[in-house]
Design a protein. Sequence first.
Length: 256
Amino acid sequence: MKKMIKFLSVVLFFCVGCTDKERTIVIDDNVKAVGNISRDTVYEGGISFYNIHTNKLLSTANYSNGIINGESIEYYDNGEMSSKTNYVQGKRNGIISLYSKAGQIVNEYFTYYDLKVGEDIQYRNGIASSYCFYSFDNKKLLFIKYDSIGKSPITEIQDGFFFYTIRKFDIIDSSDSQMEIFLYTPNPPNYSFRYSLVVVDENFTLKEEVERFSPSNRWAIFSGKIKKKVHEKLALKLEIDDPNVPDQIIMYKIID
């Protein structure tokens, strides 16, 4: 019985060792990879990349069946993080952050499945120095250069604030129609932009808030039917908290 227990222990140890895929492979003359790497070089889970000559960490990334998927971080020679990127099935998706060798943030921008859209923020000494907001077709919709603002209200340095498209669809066997609104919702640092879809009368008196859009998103989509009276209008509403203005800024854009 003792011999059988000893034999089972040896077999168990051997099987655990043979399923362990963590190993090191040489990628080129300068880089090696360490992690869960199959014999045919398929990465799985967290993989670390090192400089062969100095053994310094160059980058880390997460993989799923050989495809980069999750957070990827690159490092400077001094060990400070140089960039942080999130991937979804091989495509950049989310905020990309770039850092200086001193560890300060220098740039942040948003990507949507490899497409740059939304905010692009430049920093100086860790403080936002400029803000751009891009559309899906790479058009610059909003630009703020913080050094040149001074005490001016944002309404004096930016012309437009409403960036949207509208489509209407007829409903079969009905006289009603359905509306779809696509709206970009920029929200620059040091300010607070809050967009909503509302119904107002001829004097811009608020009659109904149809939907309030999240300020943390880069765009919003509304789809549905809206009932309003004869003298009422459908409008986009923007509320802005501006540090250079004592009162809240409120503006409307009639869209129907």
